[in-house]
Structure formats: structure tokens, C-alpha cells
Design a protein around this ligand. Sequence first.
Ligand SMILES: Cc1cc2nc3c(=O)[nH]c(=O)nc-3n(C[C@H](O)[C@H](O)[C@H](O)COP(=O)(O)OP(=O)(O)OC[C@H]3O[C@@H](n4cnc5c(N)ncnc54)[C@H](O)[C@@H]3O)c2cc1C
Ligand code: FES
Length: 281
Amino acid sequence: LTGRRPPPEHGTVSVIENRPVAADTFRLSLAAPGFAADALPGQFFMVSFPAVLDPLLPRPFAAFDREGGRLEILVRKAGRGTGLLAEIRPPAKLELFGPLGRGYRTELPPAARALVIAGGIGFASVHMLVKRLLRGGHPVTLLYGARAAEQIVPLDPDLGAHPGLDLRVATEDGGTGFRGHVLGMYRSLLDRAPDFGARHAGAFVCGPVPMLRAFAQALGAQGPPAQFSLEAHMACGYGVCQGCAVPAAGRAGTRDAPGYRRVCADGPVFRLDEVDWEALR
Ligand SMILES: Cc1cc2nc3c(=O)[nH]c(=O)nc-3n(C[C@H](O)[C@H](O)[C@H](O)COP(=O)(O)OP(=O)(O)OC[C@H]3O[C@@H](n4cnc5c(N)ncnc54)[C@H](O)[C@@H]3O)c2cc1C
Ligand code: FES
């Protein structure tokens, strides 16, 4: 995957609003004019706290939405850094570096349908993508899975009501939608309509590694061309520390990381054939 990438910037931004939207999940709006104008679907930002030593390293977050000079990220509490972000309120400041990485390639044949699959907080990475695809005249099937209904992040009313969007939700506890994993929902759709995958010109997937591995197998066998957004522990976020390396398919890798691909710089979005899914931990 190549594609246009705006140069990353570094700067201090102000918190406008921090809204709880699902269990342990917050929609954090930032006054970030320069950053908001450039972020592409699937790209991410490194976020850090001025004058805070724990956590010392910045944390990566997908660009969730952007409108005018406002940039939004979706934060799910996982540890110290995300815990602080959950509690942050206006007019606090944050340090931002980005946009970083290679986002989703959204070129599809005119009016072609896209299949977007999100698991858990992976929804953060595909939100802007779904909006861009719909704006570009592409109908979207969105398969969105979570453990429980209270973890599902509601769509903005205009997005949820968009005539081009076919949203299907799966929850593992059966609280809403299909009872089971999002992969189970995909399989049941295939059982009912064997050409379900083929109705889509491209697939875009983001979620935890076991889910990505399972979809890499499922889509590789009988799905449309697929792109996957990976998560990894990151220290620098721009290709220097090698801390985010994942095994490359065929051990090809890149010039800078032979045998591996760096999630931050070579991804986070990869094609199916770029990653060794079996070796991925
Ligand atoms: C490209 C990218 C985009 C991301 N986008 C989002 C997003 O939009 N919203 C969101 O809530 N989270 C996102 N994440 C995950 C987020 O960065 C981590 O949850 C966060 O760094 C954890 O920091 P912490 O200090 O709260 O947790 P820590 O105290 O450092 O760790 C707590 C737990 O989180 C796990 N963890 C730590 N870092 C990561 C990581 N990078 N990926 C996965 N698990 C991790 C640890 O293994 C541990 O189990 C993204 C990660 C990447 C790589
Ligand atoms: S986080 Fe440093 S190389 Fe990717």
C-alpha cells in the first residue's frame, strides 16, 4: 500500500469536550486545526501529557473523526494513559504528533459496495473510513462486534440513518444484535447468501489480533480484496525504534526492517499478503 500521506506535525492542543459514549469509552474532542485538516481514515496520532512522567511514552490513537478544526479520538480505558485520558476535561492540554502511518486505500469502482468489519475499539479506526466511503457514493455493510451491548459505540444520528449504510451488530453476550462473535455473524451471512463476500468490492478490517487472523483466513479463502489495521505496542510511532515490528509474509519485510513490517510506519493498514498471520502474536 502506498498513497498520499500528509507530513506529521507536533504540537499542543486543547481539550474541547470529553464525552462518555459506551462502557469505559470516551469521545475526546480536541481543538486541533492543523492536525484535523490532514488526517486520513486509518491514520493515527501519538498522544502524550505535557509535564506528566507516567506514562512517559506517548500512546497511539486512531483518527476517529474530524470536522473543521476539531479532531476527535475514541478512548477505551486499558491502563494508566487511557485512564488519564478518560478523566481529562477542558481546558486541559495534550501533546499531539501526527497524523502517522498509512491509512486505508479507499479507491473502489464507482458505486461499489464496501465491507467494513470492526471488533471492539477497532471501531475507532473505521469510523472516518465509513463516512468517507458513504460520501464517495459507496454503500457500506458495517459488521460491528463487541463483548456486550454497553460496549457498542452509538453512531451519530445522520450516519446511523444514512440510506447507504447496512449496520449489523454482534455481541458475545447476545445483549443486542447477533449473539456471538463478529466472525460468527460473517459466517452466518455467508451461509444464508454464499455470494455475500463477493457483493463487496473491498473489505476493511480492524480489531484484536485473533480476530484479524481469523478474518485473514476467512476473507483470503472467499472474500473481496482486504485491508487490515493492526495494533501493536509503540514507542516512537514513526519507524525508528522497531518496537512495533510484525512478521512479514514470506519474510520479505522492508529495507529498514528485513523480515518484518513496522506497524507504525509500514502500516497500521496492511494488505492480506503483507503479513505472516500465523506468526503474528
Ligand atoms: C495504531 C493504533 C491505534 C490505536 N487506536 C486506538 C483508539 O483509537 N482508541 C483506543 O482506545 N485505543 C487505541 N489503540 C490502543 C491504545 O494505544 C492502547 O490501549 C494504549 O496505548 C494503552 O495505554 P495505557 O497507558 O492506557 O495502557 P498500559 O498501562 O500501557 O497497558 C494496559 C494494557 O493495554 C495493553 N496495551 C498497551 N499498549 C497497547 C497498544 N498499543 N495496543 C494494544 N494494547 C496495548 C497492554 O498490553 C496492557 O494489557 C491503538 C493502538 C494502535 C497501535
Ligand atoms: S513504534 Fe517505533 S518503529 Fe514503530
